[in-house]
Write a protein that binds this ligand. Structure first.
Ligand code: XMP
Length: 489
């Protein structure tokens, strides 16, 4: 390792091996401790938590909620290209200050068609264009304009919409504050953005603007849309998948395979970089300093660290491959810390593990099982008929169940090929049903802020600046008795 050699004390160590020595506190209130950290050099998050690209963790609902809360969701790739990119597009469309491609119906459509259209796309206001595909605004039809009485379903929308001459509109580049003022003054809920030729450039709704203003922490792109990550592999249809995901608006690609420090990864990154030179790439997984340097040298923007610590993983049990997770995080920092971002992935069982990961080298932390079991994670709630306890399924992406399901999704993906060629290194478990993920993120945020306060710093960034050069100065290695005293309850 070129940057700093690994202190031998780290070898064999993971989260439960340490406590953090409390420092003199300086924060007036824990409630306001900033937790900003970097996903990549160019993308910062107000909550450095990422939901794992697993089919039992991150679909559209999870990705949307993670971004709204200041983190990021990574939409999994155990599904067809179309379904994955549709999910990304849905996250990007939700809650943005400006809806870039608002849904339109042509003049001459019937009220029945408009009713079905509004229901299908769950929208309250439809922009009416003057001819199919013209994108020239003719008027707006809201749900309130649609007659309750279905006997008029054969009538055309033109009779019921508010025509352009009576609409308030704004130019394509109107500032959000100005748009809000126009909507407030005019007592209107939506503002179409059009150019001098009446061509539609977007739509701003009062509800979206208000919603985002109430969430200053939300992770947003330059256009005010929620951030979304998406996973790709390194072979098979991965370039086609990457292209579709980027067209759908993905902000970064997670190039994710089980053994990232490999020739397969090298080929994958080289081909992705050649085709998408400026796309942020988070690449993994690796568990050593050499693996992290390998990713840096290939041009990754961030390296994902963790081989086998996850709850759905059987890699260590089946192959003996792996590095204790806190050692792996520290090795990565000693090798590439400050050059590319480091994401700790897997093995977090308690909130204190997140702080330890961040204080020892990680810039962000990816969670799988800790966020599963929530309403936003894909999958149904199962009720045990005997005990009435509620559960959800959490499973490794190479578990037989996840592999079989992606097979049914119709595409011969790299994940399926690889998984069929090798025996499973993942398993399925039941986790307790936990309600909404927002409550869990709220708890994590609170515990992280308290941890920063105990570290004697005012922000997570300050705490990391203090600890990263030599975390062992602040850590206490636990005896068996001390570990029992600390963690057994
Ligand atoms: P946690 O501990 O947060 O871990 O549940 C989530 C991470 O586990 C990894 N993962 C797997 N590892 N076989 C493995 O060895 C698998 O089938 C598998 N599926 C997921 C992944 O890195 C995830 O983020």
């Amino acid at each position: 390792m070129n940057k700093q050699s690994l202190d031998p004390l780290w070898i064999g160590k993971t989260f439960d091996d340490f406590l953090f020595r409390p420092q003199r506190g300086v924060t007036a209130s824990r409630a306001a401790v900033p937790l900003r950290s970097n996903l990549t050099h160019a993308i910062a998050l107000e909550l450095p938590i990422i939901s794992s690209n697993m089919d039992s963790v991150t679909g559209g609902d999870m990705a949307q909620t993670m971004a709204l809360e200041g983190g990021l969701g990574v939409v999994h790739r155990g599904q067809s290209i179309e379904r994955q990119s549709d999910t990304v597009a849905r996250v990007k469309r939700s809650h943005s200050a400006v809806i870039e491609h608002p849904r339109t119906l042509p003049a001459g459509s019937t009220i029945g068609e408009a009713r079905a259209f509004a229901r299908k796309h769950k929208i309250n206001g439809i922009l009416i264009e003057n001819a199919p595909g013209s994108a020239i605004l003719a008027g707006v039809l809201t749900r309130r304009d649609i007659p309750w009485d279905r006997s008029q379903d054969g009538e055309i929308v033109d009779r019921f919409m508010t025509p352009l001459a009576e609409l308030k509109t704004a130019g394509p580049r109107v500032a959000t504050e100005e748009a809000e003022r126009i909507m407030f003054d005019g007592r209107i809920e939506r503002l179409p953005l059009i150019d001098d030729e009446r061509r539609i450039h977007g739509l701003i709704t009062r509800k979206d603007v208000r919603f985002l203003r109430e969430r200053p922490f939300a992770s947003k792109d330059a256009k005010g849309r929620l951030l979304a990550g998406a996973a790709v592999g390194c072979s098979g249809d991965f370039l086609e998948r990457a292209q579709a995901l980027l067209e759908a608006g993905a902000d970064c690609l997670f190039v994710d395979i089980a053994h990232g420090h490999s020739q397969v990864m090298q080929n994958g990154i080289e081909r992705l970089r050649a085709q998408f030179p400026s796309t942020p790439l988070v690449c993994g997984n690796v568990a050593t300093g050499a693996g992290a340097q390998f990713m840096r040298d290939l041009g990754a923007d961030a390296v994902k660290v963790g081989v086998g610590p996850g709850r759905g993983c059987r890699t260590r049990l089946e192959t003996a491959a792996g590095v204790p997770q806190l050692q792996a995080i520290r090795e990565a920092w000693c090798a590439v810390g400050g050059e590319i971002a480091i994401m700790a992935d897997g093995g977090v069982r308690h909130d204190k593990d997140i702080f330890l990961a961040l204080a020892c080298g990680a810039d962000t932390v990816m969670l799988g099982s800790a966020l599963s079991g929530t309403d936003e994670a894909p999958g149904r709630v199962i009720e045990d008929p005997a005990t009435h306890s509620k559960k959800k399924i959490y499973r490794g992406m190479t578990s037989p169940e996840a592999v079989m399901e992606s097979l049914y999704d119709g595409e011969d993906t790299e994940a399926v090929d690889a998984a069929l060629a090798t025996p499973p290194e993942g398993q399925e478990i039941q986790v307790p049903y936990r309600g909404g993920v927002v409550d869990i993120l709220h708890r994590i945020r609170g515990h992280l802020r308290s941890a920063v306060s105990y570290s004697g710093c005012e922000s997570l960034a300050d705490a990391r600046e203090m600890t990263l050069p030599d975390p062992l100065q602040y850590l206490i290695v636990l005896s068996e008795a001390a570990r029992r005293e600390s963690y057994e309850r």
